[in-house]
Ligand binder design. Structure first.
Ligand code: 2RA
Length: 339
């Protein structure tokens, strides 16, 4: 196996869960190095029975590293990933910077594991809102070919990192205390509110977050004909992105068929019993690795080719840390089977 593993951004919201996942999943490695920018370098982090000092992310830091799992802002990744690769490491990157680069595979291990073989040093993990949707769409696509998707997201504040959660808490507190709520991370106060903007304007009034769902979905599913119409909304929930999805398939699917496809697919848990008030909710998905699907219905407005459903997943786990660790596990399996 690859022996030395580095985690970049280990003190961030996702980085902390990467470490937890590495421990819980018994990820095979011999040495672990933690790296971060100036602000966090020098901090001490507990991992298993060790205390590890976070080192500075800088050229030379990857000379002795085989695999990197990185969770950093786009501009940080743009800078360090090329020198990490030059120094001999393979980078599993969670930022948005490399995802649409044709030389970079964009991987969800349950969906397109084979695409990893084409990597040239950098492998990207998709955006959280894309990942959970594509995990859910993949079995329907395989059975009935997805043509069109209309999706509205309800995205948790932790998608904007630890600062997002802190702002939700302070905003709610200020409102309950009768003060005017402030905001910095989000465009408006998030307490008792919804904000229909994630990212900046990218294409014909669609935001960058929304266009990620269009482009990344096509790349992962290997089908440029899939049409996606997204609306991304920030909601006052700390963990767990939710999505209302209407999917149209070439071959019609009954609700029973779609439900069976979801049930049989890896990484999906179906929770769907409206009469008993059972459906996925962010509260119940917090801390879990699966993508949860429920409220599976026929599209009563369409011609029999549509299925509507509700999908929830922990955005810091399958949406980020878990998917990246699973990609690193694929790398370990590929050397193990080659060796
Ligand atoms: C968000 N999708 O939820 C982003 C995080 N990558 O803000």
């Amino acid at each position: 196996v690859y022996e030395t593993l580095a985690v970049v951004g280990a003190t961030g919201a996702v980085g902390r869960i990467v470490l937890e996942q590495l421990a819980n999943r018994n990820f095979p490695y011999k040495r672990l190095k933690l790296l971060a920018s100036q602000r966090s370098a020098g901090q001490q982090v507990r991992f298993k029975d060790e205390t590890i000092t976070v080192e500075l992310l800088a050229p030379g830091a990857f000379e002795d590293v085989d695999i990197v799992i990185a969770s950093t802002p786009d501009e940080v990744s743009a800078e360090f990933a090329p020198y990490a690769v030059k120094e001999g490491a393979i980078v599993v990157d969670e930022s948005g910077y490399w995802r649409m680069d044709p030389k970079v595979p964009l991987i969800i291990p349950e969906v397109n594991p084979d695409a990893i073989a084409d990597h040239q040093g950098i492998i990207a993990s998709p955006n959280c809102s894309t990942t959970q949707m594509v995990v859910a769409l993949a079995p329907l696509h395989k059975a009935a070919k997805v043509k069109r998707v209309v999706v509205s997201t309800y995205q948790a504040t932790s998608g904007a990192g630890l600062a997002g959660n802190a702002e939700l808490e302070s905003s709610v507190r200020q409102i309950l205390d009768g003060q005017t709520p402030g905001h910095e991370t989000f465009q408006h106060p998030i307490g008792f509110n919804l904000i229909p903007q994630i990212g900046s304007e990218k294409f014909e009034g669609y935001t960058s977050e929304e266009m990620k769902m269009v482009y990344e979905t096509r790349k992962i599913m290997g089908d440029d004909n899939i049409q996606v119409c997204p609306t991304a909304v920030r909601v006052p929930v700390t963990i767990g992105h939710s999505e209302s999805i209407l999917v149209e398939t070439e071959k019609p699917l009954t609700v029973a068929e779609a439900t069976e496809l979801f049930r049989a697919a890896p990484g999906i848990t179906v929770v769907d019993d409206l009469a008993n008030h059972q459906y996925p909710m962010p509260r119940d998905c917090d801390g879990k690795d699966d993508v949860f699907v429920g409220r599976i219905r026929r599209d009563i407005s369409g011609d029999g080719h549509g299925i509507a459903f509700w999908c929830v997943s922990d955005n810091l786990r399958k949406g980020a840390a878990t998917n990246a660790v699973q990609i690193a596990e694929l790398l370990q399996q590929s050397v193990a089977s080659a060796g």
